[in-house]
Design a binder for this molecule. Structure first.
Ligand SMILES: Nc1ncnc2c1ncn2[C@@H]1O[C@H](COP(=O)(O)OP(=O)(O)O)[C@@H](O)[C@H]1O
Ligand SMILES: [Mg+2]
Length: 220
């Protein structure tokens, strides 16, 4: 099933001489991991912000489940339909691991009593122990923090997972572990996982590897 489709998408920053994203037509499907590689400045982050609904294309259309983002409530789209994971993890330092994962659920109106078992389940799913759940993020390794960030991103029911260099701060063993988690989310739970990466290990393990060059997207 098509999750996110781009139709002839171009994005030009104000006053820029050339487009950051140029004439991209591509369909991302559920159940697959996509890796987008490409040199710095080739338009990867701009592409991700268009998929995340942070910007609308200057020309062309991005659609989610067949509906143009231009016609959707974008705040709601970002809250309910997509999740993001980042290189720097972006965990809240003054909340415990458990509280970090409960927080977005409580924002969506789930009571703390219902949120905790669900958060524990998500954390167990990425290999975080009960004891680690009560620690602050500063007391975890980088790989463990990224697994907590993934668990938190799964707290909503969004089926699209966007990552900007999610393994950028991790060593090879932790990168492999994160790749396995993302692959099982795609293959077993039907997520559409789209990762921007410099990491050839990630690109090789993805179901589909794509390259951005001068704003254009090509399948490798
Ligand atoms: N806010 C901005 N204003 C103007 N130009 C920008 C802005 N952000 C990025 N660009 C330009 O758009 C192009 C693509 O950038 P970006 O999407 O960040 O590439 P990447 O993530 O692949 O490094 C680059 O030429 C960059 O200089
Ligand atoms: Mg970038």
């Amino acid at each position: 099933m098509s999750a996110l489709a781009l139709e002839n998408v171009t994005y030009t920053y104000k006053n820029a001489l050339k487009s950051a994203v140029s004439g991209v037509t591509y369909t991302f499907e559920e159940g697959k991991v996509y890796a987008v590689v490409g040199p710095s400045g080739s338009g990867k982050s701009t592409l991700l912000s268009l998929l995340a609904g942070l910007d609308l294309p200057t020309e062309g259309e991005v659609s989610f489940d067949g509906k143009s983002l231009a016609g959707l409530d974008l705040d709601r789209y970002r809250r309910e339909s997509i999740s993001m994971i980042f290189q720097a993890f972006h965990l809240f330092p003054l909340l415990t691991v458990m509280e970090n994962v409960c927080f977005p659920m409580e924002l969506c109106g789930i009571t703390p009593k219902d949120a905790r078992p669900r958060a524990a389940n998500l954390l167990e799913g990425v290999g975080i122990t009960k004891e680690q759940m009560n620690r602050f993020p500063s007391k975890l390794s980088g790989g463990e923090r990224q697994r907590v960030a993934i668990a938190r991103s799964l707290a909503s029911n969004a089926k699209i997972l966007l990552g900007d260099e999610p393994t950028g701060n991790l060593d090879s063993a932790n990168t492999q572990n994160i790749i396995e988690i993302l692959a099982s989310l795609a293959h077993e739970k039907g997520y559409c996982v789209i990762i921007v990466t410099h990491d050839s290990e990630v690109a090789e393990a993805a179901d589909v590897a794509l390259r951005m060059r001068d704003g254009e997207l090509r399948q490798l």
